[in-house]
Design a binder for this molecule. Sequence first.
Ligand code: DHB
Ligand code: MG
Length: 226
Amino acid sequence: DPRPAAVDTYFKAHLHSANYHAVLETIHSHSLVAGLPDIACSPTQAKFLMLQARMCNAKHILEVGTLGGYSAAWFAMTSPDTKVTTIEADSGFANVARQNIETAGLSQRIEILEGLGTTVLQSIREEVQRGLREKFDFIFIDANKQDNLAYFNAAMDVSKDRAVIIVDNVVRNGMVVSAEEAEKDDRVKGTRELIDVIGKLKGIEATAIQTVGEKNYDGFLIAMKV
Ligand code: DHB
Ligand code: MG
């Protein structure tokens, strides 16, 4: 179906001004040239997430899964004093992201922490507990889906009251509803485990929204600490 991509093109043409665009498009194209998989958020998705962060007046954003730094660069557009901390396990991806962020002139506002998500988040937990690091007000989880629950639990620990936590790729072409798919695909399993837990947690309001567009049929989970 060509319509979702055509509609994204239309919305980008009309709603995405040139302010942001040169720098972000450079990051996207350089990431592809460097051989990274084409799995970053689309421009309309990334701007949607940035606007959500702006609506929260987010100043300290945490991202799990940097890839080439595309969404991190968008998050840096939240406000001139917003700081982004982004975690990447793949050293090749992290190198590309560092180059991209440097080229974009965003190194002062985007901190790339290289290492396994669970390991780096444990260090962040300890820093937060010791008062060495501020709690985050907005967290985007977009890394290996098998560890979604661990990332979410860490996100709960390192975020402020009323923080917003968004998780990418919770629909996966509709596979999320299938226990059978989950048995075959760890990524679906990881997301289903997370959704089970969030549904029973106190102190959080959540829903999920399905998306179409230039990327495949997928969706975001959005949760808020209440
Ligand atoms: C995959 C991962 C993502 O974060 C995404 O947005 C799309 C696809 C993947 O691992 O296939
Ligand atoms: Mg994703």
